[in-house]
Structure formats: structure tokens, C-alpha cells
Unconditional design. Structure first.
Length: 290
């Protein structure tokens, strides 16, 4: 058992927000998914107060050892999330972490207050780091703004607050430390790195949102460096992610200071990645114990 912000988890491997669609997986894999859910906790895709359609297509670009997404936060809004998604997520048999994003402190506050008395939700992850929307982004790269935001949100719920940090900043350690000072219970990193691809044959940017976020093995070394530097700055637990595709990758993030590891882009290549990586990680631990 792993303890994380007072929550008991069977192992240290969870999914990265937006990278494992339970509703789609249930259609494909049926009840087996809920009998043997691959992750120790489920992190849902970012939800906002009002519904959002997302960015215009194209939304994906495959790059060497990775991909660039410009999804733009499509989601049904918090009301439909509670009515339609929450009952399914609550039946997965693992703790649920709901990821939320607001474009102002007031929107974040409304989301947190709405979730505060929902017993199905074990923790809330604050997305201050999506690279694909015009608003809500800068606060994650501004240590003072981040501390003030957390100070405002902290009294609104007893649930653990996890701050999803942006890698698109010169000093991620300062942002993590500010989140901790403001009352965050944990930090998670890294979100995607801002990136761009041009349309083959000309015509400007390929992605409908112009720029997007780079993920996958291409960012693994960046994630390792940023998690290591955050671990030197904060005492609160860290969820490490970025290019994790194997138990060895997960073990590396744990070695530099992460408490949990999240699997993101690898889920799109291998829908069974969660259980495979958790098993590989257990193998790494067993080898090290010998
Ligand atoms: O939806 C997205 O475009 C998105 C989000 Br919310 C995020 O946090 N990170 C990302 O790479 N894409």
C-alpha cells in the first residue's frame, strides 16, 4: 500500500489526466475494465464550469518520439460531469481524482465548492498548466499568483488539492514551492511542453490551435530533471509524469523524488500500459530487494 495525501493506493501507478478515457475504454473492454482497473487511482480529464467544444481540428501531430496535442479542453461542464461521468468513475473501485480548470480564481472556487461534498471524489487536481487555452495558463508560471490562488482555494474544501504544474517556465521549483506555501497538498508534473508543427507542403501551422503540447518519450528527460528539482524544493508529495512507457521509466521518477507516477501518452499506444507498467515496476522493486 502507498499513502498519498491520506489516500491509500494499491501501487504507485496512476493515469495522467486526459490520457485514459474510462467511458470509451468501457465500451471497448466492457466490465473487465472495472473488475481489473489498471491504475491505483483514476484521474479524470479536465472539467470546467461551462461546457467547452475544444479547439478546431486538426488536434494531433505525431513527432519523433512523441506527439503534439491541441485538444483545447473539450468537456461537458461540471453539471453533466457530476450527473453522467461521476457515477461511472465512482464504480471503478479505485480513488477518483477530479481535474478542474478555471479561467479565474472565482471559477476555480466554484468548481472546488461544487466538488467539496461529493464523497466519490478523493482529491482535486487543479490544472494551472494547459498549454492549449488562452486563459488560465499564466497563473501556473507565476509563483506569486499561484500562492495567492491556493490561499483563496484552500479554505473551500477539506479534500487534498494537487497542483498540476507547467513545465513552460524558467523555474518550476519556485512554482512548486509557491503552491506548497499557499496550502497545496501535492504537486503533479509535468504537463506538456508548448510546441508547434508546420503543415507539410506549406500553409502554416498544422494544428487548429496553432500551437500544442508535446508529450511522450521525447519529454522523459525533461520530466526527470523537473521532478528532481521540485523534489529538492518541497516537502509535499509529487506525482511525476512525462514520457513514462515502462517500469524502469517509472522507477526513475520515483528515484528522484516522486511518490506516485502517472502514465500519459503511452496509454494511447498501449491501452494495457497501466497494468503492464505497474507489474514491471513491482519487478524492478523485487530485483532491487535481492
Ligand atoms: O485539452 C488539452 O488540450 C490539454 C490539456 Br487540458 C492539458 O492540460 N494538457 C494538454 O497537453 N492538453
Amino acid at each position: 500500500m502507498i499513502e498519498f495525501c491520506g489516500i491509500e493506493l494499491a501501487h504507485p501507478v496512476i493515469n495522467a489526466s486526459g490520457c485514459f478515457d474510462v467511458l470509451a475504454a468501457r465500451e471497448r473492454f466492457g466490465e473487465q475494465l472495472t473488475r481489473q482497473f489498471p491504475f491505483a487511482a483514476y484521474v479524470s480529464k479536465t472539467v470546467t464550469l461551462a461546457p467547452r467544444a475544444g479547439n478546431p481540428p486538426p488536434r494531433l501531430w505525431e513527432s519523433p518520439a512523441g506527439m503534439i496535442n491541441s485538444i483545447g479542453l473539450p468537456n461537458p461542464g461540471i453539471e453533466r460531469y457530476l450527473d453522467e461521468h461521476l457515477p461511472v468513475y465512482a464504480g471503478l473501485g479505485v480513488p477518483l481524482i477530479t481535474n478542474v480548470m478555471g479561467s479565474s480564481a472565482g471559477e476555480f472556487a466554484a468548481l472546488i465548492e461544487t466538488l467539496a461534498d461529493r464523497a466519490e471524489v478523493s482529491a482535486v487536481e487543479l490544472n494551472v498548466s494547459c498549454p492549449n487555452v488562452a486563459t488560465g495558463l499564466d497563473i501556473g508560471a507565476d509563483p506569486r499568483g499561484l500562492r495567492l490562488l491556493l490561499e483563496e482555494l484552500r479554505p473551500l474544501t477539506q479534500k487534498p488539492l494537487i497542483v498540476k504544474l507547467t513545465p513552460n517556465t524558467a523555474d518550476v521549483g519556485a512554482c512548486a514551492s509557491a503552491a506548497e506555501d499557499g496550502g497545496a497538498d501535492a504537486v503533479s508534473l509535468i504537463n506538456t511542453l508548448r510546441a508547434m508543427a508546420l503543415a507539410p507542403g506549406g500553409g502554416g501551422p498544422w494544428l487548429g490551435g496553432r500551437t500544442g503540447g508535446l508529450s511522450g518519450p521525447a519529454i522523459r528527460a525533461v520530466a526527470l530533471a523537473q521532478v528532481a528539482s521540485v523534489a529538492e524544493r518541497v516537502a509535499i508529495p509529487i506525482i511525476g509524469m512525462g514520457g513514462v512507457g515502462s517500469g524502469a521509466d517509472a522507477a526513475a521518477l520515483l528515484e528522484v523524488g516522486a511518490r506516485l507516477v502517472a502514465v500519459g501518452t503511452e496509454n494511447f499506444r498501449d491501452p494495457a500500459a497501466g497494468s503492464r507498467i505497474a507489474a514491471e515496476l513491482a519487478g524492478v522493486f523485487a530485483e532491487n530487494a535481492d
